[in-house]
Design a protein around this ligand. Structure first.
Ligand code: ADP
Ligand code: ZN
Length: 622
């Protein structure tokens, strides 16, 4: 397909990608770039950034050059484009000998429409030379936040991309990213020399993600009921902070029959690669990982991201949960959070080597995270508010919106808890303090004489679990501070005195029992049931998935490169009986129609509509 000036963006969208209409600002961005403008595109994951440069690349004369930091990501995109009939290739360090030379020849012959290239490769004199000799339609810098030291994935080589505007002043340049706070945004603009670029900012909201935080009690069992009830067959990612927790969680899940694989920096590179490959290529694989996993994985049908340990801050949380539901279908962001999480994070903050200024910034970030975990109101409002979006109304798609959280006046309880901290010399941990409040005559309490304290046994009105929740929330609100030694000892925070004096009231969220919280689930079932409500459609859906997996294996591609789940479930719903009907399904462009039309229509015809139940003999006689 050659770049044809006569074609319009909407025709390319329909013929090549098989979609009906553009989303959000896609068309505005595309038209701006086709007209030769530069653009900075800030759009959340799953928002549809790729089309913003792919469509103009197909419509402007010359080669579209896409800079992408990760080889796996490039490969996926190139495979997907080829499936759509676009002539695309990737230049990176993982090519066979001779392959790079062949791609270079194609570039010179103007036989390619899109070229993906790693920044290192692009910056070589050889590559710059090559591109100077041909017509370039546009440059797209994907994951543009990598340019900034303030961003979370700083890549020094990205900073050298500044030469693109110098060497190719006439070529439109797009910088695209899903996450860029203000400093990062400014870095992108100055370093890529995009002062004249138009900025398209679509905001941070991921409306298809259901956010939920549950009080951590028996995390593995809690995780298990979440998986068993809501995602029995889905692919997902589970994050833990330590390698040991990763290994243990993965084996625990495997022992229960889940296809779960560990992923962390302590595993051999080959093992990591194999596990990542399984996750991408197969259906329903769960990866248990430290944060080392996820960047550069484009798998669109990750149906859940679960945190067994609280993340470091809200940026990290947004980034990690962002890996769920890239295809726009419902997905879950689930977290188990407890006293130990709050304590660990606070301790890390106080013990870390940093300047006072850094510590102040990190403290604010941590407070925001704890505020999110303890939130009584809409989680999405808290999360988006942190990114400066304060205009959102309660979302209706998070646990707190679904089942409102009661709060209670905890002033008296806080006073009791704080005075237990004070009277024991500000060095004991929450569990011991709760023993004192409950009047438990443990060996340790008797030995230390803590049964003679005024606070001994004054807290029998609350259960142990509630007291632990009180301490967690006191820590989250800064009334108690963990010591930095790691023994879990608590001391009073600066604002504790005003509570003890009675000059200040404290409110706590009432942590619901697990049963009550059931109502706070996202209301949909996983897998087949969600997409195909009647049994016959379920059978068709299963058959389509099996066919897709088979096709993917034969072509050595991930299944989603053949068709996304959304397309497959539309097929199961609409049951196209002819090629013409199949062509109408979103996600079916001309190339896929030719490649897969017959096979899909044949599968559909083998799964006829469910027949209405036979009439009773009586009815038949009439
Ligand atoms: P991003 O790079 O912003 O995370 P992608 O470009 O990968 O997002 O697009 C996310 C998903 O949305 C993909 O499944 C893509 O096919 C789909 N998509 C993007 N634009 C449209 C559109 N205009 N109509 C239908 N689906 C779209
Ligand atoms: Zn909400």
């Amino acid at each position: 397909m050659h770049s044809q000036p006569g074609r319009s963006p909407i025709r390319v969208l329909r013929e090549v990608f098989g979609f009906d209409s553009f989303r959000g600002e896609q068309l505005a961005i595309i038209e701006h770039v086709i007209a030769g403008g530069d653009a900075v595109v800030l759009m959340p994951t799953g928002g549809g950034k790729s089309l913003c440069y792919q469509v103009p690349a197909l419509l402007r004369p010359g080669l579209g050059v896409v800079v992408s930091p990760l080889i796996a990501l490039m490969k996926d995109q190139v495979d997907a484009l080829r499936q759509a009939g676009v002539r695309a290739a990737a230049l990176n360090s993982r090519l066979w000998p001779g392959e790079a030379a062949e791609i270079e020849r194609e570039v010179r012959r103007a036989a390619l429409e899109l070229l993906y290239v790693s920044p290192e490769r692009l910056l070589t004199p050889r590559c710059l030379e090559l591109l100077s000799g041909v017509r370039v339609a546009l440059f797209a810098i994907d994951e543009a936040h990598c340019i900034s030291q303030w961003g979370h994935d700083f890549r020094p080589e990205y900073q050298q991309l500044t030469i693109l505007k110098e060497r190719f002043p006439e070529v439109p340049l797009l910088a695209l990213t899903a996450t860029a706070d203000d400093p990062t945004r400014r870095d992108i603009v100055t370093q890529l020399q995009l002062a004249k670029a138009k900025i398209f900012a679509a905001g941070y909201d991921r409306p298809n993600l259901f956010y939920r935080v549950i009080p951590k009690r028996n995390p593995l069992e809690q995780l298990w009921s979440f998986l068993a009830e809501e995602h029995p067959e889905d692919a997902g990612i589970i994050y833990c902070t330590t390698r040991r927790a990763v290994d243990e969680t993965a084996s625990w899940l495997r022992a229960r029959g889940r296809d779960a694989l560990p992923y962390h920096a302590g595993l051999a590179a080959t093992v990591r690669e194999r596990h990542q490959e399984r996750f991408v290529r197969d259906e329903g694989v769960v990866v248990v990982a430290t944060i080392a996993f996820g960047m550069g994985i484009d798998k669109p049908n990750v149906r859940f991201v679960a945190h067994l340990d609280a993340p470091k801050n809200l940026e990290a949380y947004y980034q990690e949960t962002g890996r769920a539901g890239r295809d726009g279908l419902p997905a879950d962001a689930w977290m188990a959070y407890g006293l130990a999480d709050a304590m660990n994070l606070l301790r890390l903050l106080e013990s870390g080597e940093m300047t006072d200024r850094q510590r102040r910034i990190e403290r604010q970030k941590l407070e925001a995270l704890l505020g999110y975990c303890e939130a009584i109101s809409c989680r999405r409002q808290v999360l988006l508010g942190y990114f400066g979006e304060t205009e959102h109304v309660p979302c209706g798609n998070c646990d707190n919106c679904r089942v409102p959280v009661p709060s209670w006046d905890g002033t008296l309880a806080a006073q009791k808890a704080l005075s237990a901290v004070y009277r024991t010399g500000q060095r004991f941990g929450a569990h011991h303090l709760v023993d004192i409040l409950l009047g438990a005559e443990t060996e340790r309490i008797v030995r230390l004489g803590h049964n003679r304290l005024r606070t001994f046994g004054v807290g029998t009105e609350l259960a142990r679990r509630s007291w632990l929740s009180v301490f967690r929330q006191l820590a989250a609100q800064g009334f108690v501070v963990p010591d930095i030694s790691g023994h879990g000892g608590l001391s009073l925070g600066p604002s504790a005195a005003s509570v003890l004096r009675g000059a200040r009231t404290v409110r706590f969220r009432l942590d619901a029992s697990p049963r009550e919280r059931q109502g706070a689930r996202s209301d949909r079932k996983a897998g087949a049931a969600a997409t195909a409500p009647d049994p016959a459609a379920g059978a068709l859906w299963d058959a389509l998935r099996a066919w897709r997996l088979d096709e993917a294996r034969q072509q050595e591609l991930p299944p989603y490169v053949i068709f996304h789940d959304a397309t497959l479930s539309e097929i199961a719903r609409r049951r196209p009986a002819s090629l013409a009907e199949f062509a109408e399904i979103p996600g079916v462009g001309r190339s896929k129609l030719e490649r897969y039309g017959r096979a899909v229509v044949a599968i559909v015809s083998q799964h006829p509509h469910p027949v209405p139940p036979p009439r009773s003999p009586q009815q038949r006689q009439e």
